[in-house]
Ligand binder design. Structure first.
Ligand code: COA
Length: 445
């Protein structure tokens, strides 16, 4: 069977940043370590006044197509995943195609375009759609462009305000991919939940604490489902575990859950037993509450063991480096985590070809998905081409008053104008409104 997977990736961050311990924490009267240590975040990315989900998506896609020497004819499908859409009918992918047609020769008139919605998991679902389209033999030799783009803004003073972010990840899905091959097996954990939603409103209604619990519950189900089709996974067989990362502190919890699950009934559990006992089994308890208390106690003890700390440092921590500096990108977050892990491997001179990634995606509402990927020989070239560090370094650092203005500019219910903080260069920008209320864009040289 021909390999199908991610051939190339590009990341585009919003051009502004908010320093969480330095600027946000003092205004909230909070200890800066709540952000750096608790949530695990140093900064959030924000869109400048001329940026939105379309510009960030088109800019990531432009970098990708330009670097890979692609023309519109090479692309048979453009899927955009977002939970920040501003139109209930016209998909963001049509705007993105329009932008790209302005700078490339040819057009995307014979490409299938769509928009995927299921909170933060929609980016991974779009990868699935592209994978299935290629596997079904319907691609006519063409590749798919999948773009996850979001402005993850919360209402002012919502608890989620600390975990905002804005950015896009563009991925090229093709046969014989250079970056990772996707596995055929998948596991799902899905249920009708109300942890986070936007019922025809821009900013989410969130039950933050519950959303953390729902994430973990669905992820556990997805792991069980994955193992039921692909067989048991041993922690030593997996090099990195990129999880959906709304904030790194969430992934600290997911990492513990994953390790506990993967080591159950293995020699590792027995070895750890000398120090912290064996994992609790439901059948040994009279009530579910007593069992859950015991699980919490075991998990707390596990967190402190050298064995777990080493695994976390090697397998999970490298996935969080970019996220710490950008906050939540919703649909793009798990794809940022993958890129972050491979960037770490490249920078430490590791030969990751052939290694397995276990990817845990999540979307509120709620659904988790687990699959594995195999790193391909071309990964060093692909990851080496990312300029994410330069992008992060060149963001404009907002003062508190400027942050308040930027939040208002992007609030659909407010009509305010703010001078741009950065000067766009070789990128698409928002260029005002058309006669039917459509957004217009242009490329700035
Ligand atoms: N030093 C170190 N850690 C600190 C700290 C300090 N001074 N102050 C707080 N913390 C820790 C807390 O113990 C907590 O960690 P824990 O969960 O491991 O116990 C963490 O920092 C967050 O603190 P908390 O008081 O729970 O923050 P909060 O009430 O502001 O809410 C969220 C946190 C995640 C609920 C909130 O940011 C939110 O609603 N986010 C949006 C929803 C979301 O992203 N959900 C994730 C699933 S998709």
């Amino acid at each position: 069977m021909t390999a199908v997977g991610i051939d190339a990736v590009e990341i585009w961050t919003g051009n502004l940043k908010l320093d969480l311990p330095g600027t946000f924490a003092p205004q909230k009267g909070e200890d800066p370590e709540k952000y750096t240590k608790g949530l695990g975040l140093n900064a959030s990315s924000f869109p400048d006044s001329y940026e939105d989900i379309v510009t960030m998506a088109a800019n990531a896609a432009y970098r990708l197509m330009d670097r890979k020497g692609l023309e519109p004819d090479d692309i048979g499908r453009i899927d955009v995943a977002t939970e920040s859409a501003f139109d209930n009918s016209k998909p963001v992918s049509t705007y993105v195609a329009g932008c790209l047609e302005g700078v490339f020769d040819g057009d995307f008139h014979h490409a299938n375009k769509g928009e995927r919605k299921f909170a933060c998991i929609a980016g991974t679902q779009s990868l699935d759609d592209a994978y299935n389209w290629i596997r079904a033999g319907r691609n006519r030799g063409r590749a798919a462009l999948v773009i996850a783009t979001d402005t993850a803004l919360y209402a002012r003073d919502d608890a989620g305000e600390a975990t905002q972010g804005a950015g896009a990840v563009a991925m090229l899905i093709s046969e014989d991919p250079s970056l990772v091959e996707l596995s055929t097996h998948q596991g799902y954990g899905s249920a009708d939940e109300t942890d986070f939603l936007k019922p025809n409103q821009q900013f989410p209604s969130v039950d933050g604490k519950r959303s953390v619990q729902v994430y973990l519950a669905r992820m556990r189900e997805a792991l069980m489902d994955y193992e039921s089709v692909a067989g048991d996974i041993h922690p030593d067989d997996v090099r990195f575990v990129p999880f959906h990362t709304p904030f790194p502190g969430m992934v600290r919890k997911a990492g513990l859950l994953g390790y506990r699950y993967l080591t159950r009934d293995t020699a590792i559990e027995e070895e750890l037993a000398e120090e912290i006992g064996r994992q609790p089994r439901l059948e040994a308890f009279d009530t579910e509450d007593a069992y859950h208390d015991a699980v919490r106690e075991y998990t707390d003890a596990l967190k402190g063991t050298d064995r777990y700390r080493e695994w976390y440092a090697e397998t999970i921590d490298p996935t969080l480096t970019i996220s710490r500096e950008v906050g939540n990108w919703y649909t793009g977050s798990v794809h940022v985590a993958r890129a972050s892990a491979l960037k770490h491997a490249l920078e430490t001179g590791e030969d990751a070809t052939g290694e397995t990634l276990m990817v845990g995606s999540y979307g509120s509402g709620a659904q988790a998905e687990v699959h594995t990927e195999t790193v391909q020989a071309g990964w060093t070239e692909e990851i080496g081409a990312l300029n994410v560090d330069e992008q992060l370094d060149s963001r404009y650092d907002l003062s508190w008053a400027e942050y308040e203005e930027v939040h208002d500019v992007h609030n659909h219910e407010m009509d305010v104008e703010v001078e741009e903080f950065t000067a766009p260069e070789s990128e698409f920008v928002f260029d005002g409104w058309g006669r039917m209320g459509e957004r217009k864009y242009r490329f700035v040289e």
